[in-house]
Ligand binder design. Structure first.
Ligand code: TXD
Length: 312
């Protein structure tokens, strides 16, 4: 039977995710949005692109959740993006309502689905999704780490002129300005990054990575990044559908790992057909542990705001 993936929110990230997924011919796609005609129009446009690239994918746009019935994966991108000067946390109140509705409506029609959350503030929206759905924690994953690590990889590639394929970087922690790019674990074709670039250039890469989302928001002026976030989701969807047991950094529900409990946080996870199969615990030095704790504190603060908002 063909796989089915539904994307809630047909804006920039939602429609671009559909684009990347359709190119990979992984599943039939449904895109849902509240704006009348828009998801239908984008779906039809994308459907009409399929003959050109020779992919047999059915793409449906809808304003109702019925169309999503029986999805293997539901991707939640619905919600407001940042404007210049806004932090991701500024979106919490509005997006909590939107994501809450998207999650509870979707599960009615796809009770077995795995949920991949993209909406910001990411770690808090993934937490909200899990709490509202009351499913096993392996079925909810937040996308942040693949994107943040890809940004760091891109910046290293720009500096040293080596193929991006040779560059491995790992960014953990919350999806905010306190995220933790792990220099010690990053390498170029196996050579530690520290042996390739001087400290000041590494520091500037770390800084640029942390502020990577804001850099694009400031350039675009309306809306935030979408190509890289969407392809990061596509990689996760592919790993789940193909049961790849792929290890990536992503936001997962922690129950004591890294000394953290009852929160979503960016850690290395192994993903496959059941969602999060395993959380991998890196051996961290004291500085890395401190940086992760600082990032966790920032996520905790937004979680407190969510708790007082929703009384959960
Ligand atoms: O790495 C990451 N996690 C992120 C997260 C990277 C990039 C963008 N990130 C966040 O994703 C961003 O901060 C936003 O919170 C979401 C969506 O960003 P996008 O760029 O796709 O925003 P758009 O283009 O404004 O699209 C949002 C769509 C828009 O079409 C709305 O009409 C729709 O969401 N929307 C809804 N759809 C369905 N149901 C409801 N209730 C709804 N409300 C709004």
């Amino acid at each position: 039977m063909k796989n089915k993936v539904s994307i809630i929110g047909a804006g920039m990230t939602g429609s671009t995710t559909a684009h990347w997924l359709a190119e990979r011919e992984l599943a039939d796609l449904v895109i849902v949005d509240i704006v009348e005609g828009m998801p239908q129009g984008k779906a039809l446009d994308l459907q009409e692109a399929m003959p050109v690239i020779g992919k047999d994918v059915k793409i449906v746009g809808s304003n109702s959740y019925e169309a999503t019935a029986g999805s293997d994966i539901v991707v939640i991108t619905a919600g407001l993006p940042r404007k210049p000067g806004m932090s991701r946390d500024d979106l919490l109140v509005t997006n909590a309502e939107i994501v809450g509705k998207a999650a509870t409506q979707s599960i009615k029609y796809s009770p077995e689905a795995i949920f991949v959350v993209l909406t910001n503030p990411l770690d808090v929206m993934a937490y909200l999704t899990l709490k509202l759905l009351m499913v096993s924690p392996n079925r909810v994953i937040g996308q942040a780490g693949v994107l943040d690590s890809a940004r760091m990889r891109a910046f290293v590639a720009m500096q040293i002129g080596v193929s991006v394929e040779n560059i491995n970087c790992y960014v953990l922690g919350g999806h905010g300005d306190e995220m933790v790019p792990l220099i010690r674990h990053s390498n170029v074709a196996g050579i530690p990054l520290k042996e390739i670039l001087p400290l000041d250039r590494l520091e500037s890469i770390v800084n640029r990575t942390r502020k990577g989302g804001g850099e694009i928001v400031n350039l675009l002026k309306s809306g935030s990044a979408y190509y890289a976030p969407a392809v990061a989701v596509a990689q996760m969807v592919e790993a789940i559908l193909k049961d790849k047991h792929l290890i990536i950094p992503a936001s997962a529900y922690l129950q004591g790992e890294y000394g953290l409990k009852d929160m979503f946080f960016g850690v290395p996870v192994q993903i496959g057909r059941t969602g999060v199969e395993k959380i991998i615990e890196y051996q961290l030095d004291e500085a890395e542990k401190t940086a992760l704790q600082k990032s966790a504190e920032a996520v905790r603060q937004s979680l407190t705001a969510l708790h007082s908002l929703l009384k959960i």
